[in-house]
Design a protein around this ligand. Structure first.
Ligand code: AMP
Ligand code: ZN
Length: 106
């Protein structure tokens, strides 16, 4: 998706600093944090929303949770929330699927 902000960020187009990166996933800080630690766990593959996930995305979605777990451990967080907003009425603003990691620690 050429006009997608999270595609551009995950491709490194803005020089965003990543707390984690592998071939499939990046983790970076939310620009408008709603908690002391507010991270976004984002697949490099463009998927609009949980509503448009396909069966073949199942493993990737699990990997997002595992990446969040790893970064949380690196930051020594002993508790956090993982949130996914789904659809406009679910509070989704950026239509490139992502998981929020929120913690009052860090
Ligand atoms: P949502 O789509 O509601 O799950 O949330 C999108 C999140 O992306 C919001 O918390 C925004 O603050 C965040 N966001 C939007 N643009 C950027 C950006 N350029 N860098 C980091 N975070 C962003
Ligand atoms: Zn995208």
């Amino acid at each position: 998706m050429s006009d997608c902000i999270f595609c551009k960020i995950s491709q490194g187009q803005f020089g965003t600093s990543f707390l984690y990166e592998d071939e499939e996933i990046v983790v970076f800080r939310d620009i408008n944090p709603k908690a002391k630690t507010h991270l976004l766990i984002v697949p490099k593959k463009h998927i609009d929303s949980v509503m448009t996930l396909e069966e073949s995305d199942e493993l990737l979605m699990g990997k997002l949770v595992m990446a969040g777990k790893k970064v949380a451990a690196d930051l020594k967080l002993d508790g956090y929330k993982l949130q996914i907003h789904v659809g406009e009425s679910g509070g989704q603003e950026v239509f490139h699927v992502h998981v929020h990691l929120l913690s009052n620690q860090g």
